[in-house]
Design a protein around this ligand. Sequence first.
Ligand code: ATP
Length: 609
Amino acid sequence: MRGQRRLDVAPVFFYLQKLRAFAGPRLYASLAGTIAVSLLEGVGIFLLAPMLGLIGLMDASSGSIPLLSAAAKPLQHLSPEMRLPAVLAVFLILLLGQGLLQRLLANLSARLEQGFIRHLRLELYQGLIRSHWAFFLKRRRSDFIHHATIELPRVSFGVFMCLRLATTLLFTLIQIGFALWLSAPLTLAVLACGLALAAYSRSQLRKSRAIGQETTELMQRYVGGMTDHFNGIKDIKGNRMERQHISWFRALCDRLESNLVQFTRLQSASQFHYKAAASVLIAGFVYFAFAVLHVQAETLVLIVLVFSRLWPKFASLQSNLEQIGQTVPAFRHLRELQQAALAAQEAGLGAAGLGGGDAVRVAQGFELRDVYYRYDREQETYALQAVNLRIPSHRMTAVVGRSGAGKSTLIDVLIGLVQPERGQVLVDGKPLGAGEACELRRSVSYVSQDPFLFHESVRDNLAIAAPDASEAQMWEALRFAAADAFVKRLPEGLDTVLGDRGIRLSGGERQRIVLARAILRDPSVLVLDEATSALDGEREAGIQEALERLRGRMTLIVIAHRLSTIRGADQIIVLDNGAVVQQGGYAQLSEERGGLFGKLLSYQARASG
Ligand SMILES: Nc1ncnc2c1ncn2[C@@H]1O[C@H](COP(=O)(O)OP(=O)(O)OP(=O)(O)O)[C@@H](O)[C@H]1O
């Protein structure tokens, strides 16, 4: 519990170092520029004193204010009527210089900030996309969106807030030095008051961090909920569940509102306390300096001037610290995700592995030797157990079994998406390690149960698999997948945009385009996981015939529930509870007495009869 209450600043330093590595000398230029602007502002203020002297408000030559008489000396060489314009001209040059520098700095900071966000985005995206499949199995997809869209900008904001804190701190120190020079006892008194507020500041910081943690959790729920609800909008509408969802959403929005208001209240309370303390202090100091210490009026003016600038720095330090405190949880969450992704990088998918290269052709086939796999090592149940099988190349192998038998898991192990817990996968007699799996998948086309199309044109959706494919090759692939006729009928043919704002396709149409995309890659291994389940009998038969023609060219692995579609398979593997229970040709398996395949066949015959 104590550990949780401490402010963990390691993740903050982690991202500060990232900024330093990213920005290099530009970072120091920006910091130096900020300090220069503050100093120019300070000098400008300091020049007010001779100005006040010139218009007779104070005696600049009295020597009671350090530096003031030195600053006033050059003015002695000018005629009295030229002195005020000269001081004003210097004042103007200083302010204009400061303005110009500020403009340059604003541009530099924007470039740095946006560049850093771009750098972080790219790093996060690449880290995630290069992680192995098991990494994604354990996490909610919406969490990635949440980190990329909400936590990442918070982190970037926090990093730049740290820089602002550093420059404010530096300038505060300069001001403290200056104030000490003017009047050590009064400055020490102000510092003592400032330190007394430090305890208060700590408790405010802890509160900021707690609010920030709640913001992260609420936003995570918000993004997760929105993603789920709009993915499942048809179920919501079809089952009249709008009311429940609206009340869920309303409750969450209420909590978000109060969380954000709470932070503003915390900040405004601190600022008010600093202001109140400032008023009391200034009044007290003026009285003490004037009535007790009997300091001169001009010293008093400068003290008020300096303190009225110094104290707001304490207040803004406090505000910066609270804002950083509020973003600390985002730093922690983003770093944890990035580190987890880094630890889950898929071997062979480094920057070099993402490039082209010759795809491996599977010449002899796959072999699984005593393979075990389970999704959760703390659970006893295995998704695959003691699996021994061979899948010859250039043949069609079908995998069947009840729902949940382990068919999709078997494919994942075969193409190296996950590594078996025990046992071995061999491709052409060689063990399939994580590195080889990446190579292998260059030559695998995998069509999943839930085919996915990007929100792009048909052409782009095909080209993503085979960027060099010609238009003629695209049409050939579409013809193969019995998709050519409907694509021709689309308003802009190959260039029609698919998806939400474009044309919505039926489940079967989507499957056919994804199948065309899979074929266009000219893979060595084509895996179809229930890839034709949404097609009508006639179209499915057409695709079966086309697959027959592919048989000599590539290795076909097909998962099918409709057993009639795998009549032509060279080999059928029957899985039950993660184990292979039967293996052989269609005719052989259908005749095996008491076998699961025979049972599945008779269930289907009854269902369709
Ligand atoms: N991501 C996952 N996390 C935990 N368990 C999982 C996960 N995916 C699958 N399982 C479990 O592993 C077992 C095998 O699942 P798998 O998806 O391989 O079956 P399947 O035969 O392909 O089923 P279906 O025909 O319904 O698609 C099931 O018990 C399932 O609940």
